[in-house]
Design a protein around this ligand. Structure first.
Ligand code: DGL
Length: 226
């Protein structure tokens, strides 16, 4: 058996709400041989306005839950948790933990593009994106969208949702790429496309697929030997 031989242990995804379900479907479609579980903390949604201490405690609980379910890799499938409690939560477990920012930030670092990054109030206020991308050639503009994840979670759609997208992104200048820095946003991909018709949209989930593949190569190799 080599590293490609899948292992029955699942891969756990943590999010505050419906964003995690969409992420699970994306990852499952690229890695059909693996098993994905997503845990949502819907009673505490949204995470975008909660304190760092509270989010750390909630994440610790979810990590414990996923550890009990024998997960071999854990994904912080939430832009806000990735900005506020990663990498600190790595000290809670020996299970590898991946976040939503590092993989796509590595790719953005290679270019010299003008990129808009949108996310929750917490994500943008943390300045995590700026820190990950400092000293790079591109120009980056961030914009907090405090009401957007809640609108998507509640199922607002069509023109009403597009109005929220327009209003929440008003402060952004013209950009080449728009990075959807909250896991809820790609659920509204078609509406973003209508509002930003001449801009490339970036879904961090696609960059996570590559990072996850690399991690699984090591994890499955070790599990297959033991
Ligand atoms: N999925 C969360 C994120 O990526 C949604 C926002 C929230 O809970 O406020 O940030």
């Amino acid at each position: 058996m080599d590293w490609r031989t899948p292992q029955p242990q699942p891969i756990g995804i943590i999010d505050s709400g419906a964003g995690g379900d969409r992420l699970r479907r994306v990852l499952q479609s690229y890695l059909p041989q693996e098993l994905f579980l997503s845990v949502s903390d819907k009673e505490n949604f949204p995470y975008g306005n909660k304190s760092c201490g509270f989010l750390f405690a909630r994440t610790a609980k979810q990590i414990e839950r996923l550890r009990e379910l024998d997960c071999k890799v854990i994904i912080l499938g939430c832009g806000t948790l990735s900005a506020l409690v990663f990498p600190e939560v790595q000290s809670l477990t020996r299970i590898p933990i991946l976040d939503m920012i590092t993989p796509v930030a590595k790719w953005l670092s290679l270019g010299s593009d003008v990129v808009g990054i949108i996310g929750t109030q917490n994500t943008i206020a943390s300045e995590k994106w700026e820190r990950q991308l400092q000293l790079k050639q591109g120009r980056f503009y961030t914009c907090a969208c405090p009401e957007l994840a809640t609108a998507i979670e509640r199922g607002v759609s069509g023109e009403q949702l597009r109005q929220v997208i327009r209003q929440q992104t008003l402060s952004l200048p013209k950009v080449d790429y728009l990075l959807l820095g909250c896991t809820h946003y790609p659920r509204a991909w078609a509406d973003f496309k209508k509002v930003f018709s001449t801009t490339y949209l970036i879904d961090p989930a696609l960059f996570l697929v590559a990072e996850l593949g690399r991690t699984l190569k090591e994890v499955n190799y070790v599990l297959n030997r033991s």
